[in-house]
Design a protein. Sequence first.
Length: 288
Amino acid sequence: NNFTMSFNNDDYDHSSYAGRCGSFGSSTNSFLLKHQDKAAIDRMVEEQVKLLGGDKELYNRIDDNMMNGVLDHFFIKEHCTIYAWRETFFSQHFPNNSWFTVDFEDEDELEADAVLREFWTIPYQITRNFDMVMALASAKVIAELTWLKQHTYFENNEQLSDEASSKYKWDGMTYEFEELEDVTEQQRLGSCDWASIGFSEVAHIVAEVHQTGPKKLEEMALKAVLLLNISSESSEFSPLEYLPKLIQKKAALGMYTVEGGTPDNISEEGKEMFERMRRVFSNNNNSG
């Protein structure tokens, strides 16, 4: 099915410059979405599915997770792979001067800071709204109207963009966990709260990024069962239901707890980071 979205120009304050820009952008997007290319969108999706070994069910799960800000403890690398592809896709189809966003609180801030404009917009769009991004990228219009594709409008969201980068962008996922000067435990905890991640998510991110050896057999086996469970969701059979309750709990909450041990298969830097963040959550009684 074609992607559709209703844009209402009444949502914008036409007395302000930002409001007029938002109104123009929503009208442009509505027009472009009427000319989307379904076959091209299918090819875009297929390219992403190939990155996951052709597993369409896993892709659908990751796509749904990104739209809802969910971090799956056992498929962090897979999420990061899709996120990285989408970042490249966005930059290729929407170069710097071919799209715009609007800050309705400070009309000059994002216009003057291109880096901030990208940081507040792109992560949000390629996770929460990627169906629309693909549809807009696929739009085919007559030659006289191609200039419209150079004025594509994307909404921004500072918090959801920051959350997406913290959960799905491989480079920099652990920045907030590093040994930084003048950063208090409360500030670290605040950064995790802002990104909606608890200790379990933090622990899995650290263990993934700093992995130096094979994971425990239990975790590898559980991931295999979870893959099977994803592919079986359309049927009545659920492999996860046949596992012991303790393993089902780990499937839902992750392998690590504040009270548990530090994984052996990560680098020394990773172990220091793991212990640092364990102290942060332990001292503040917030294990997530």
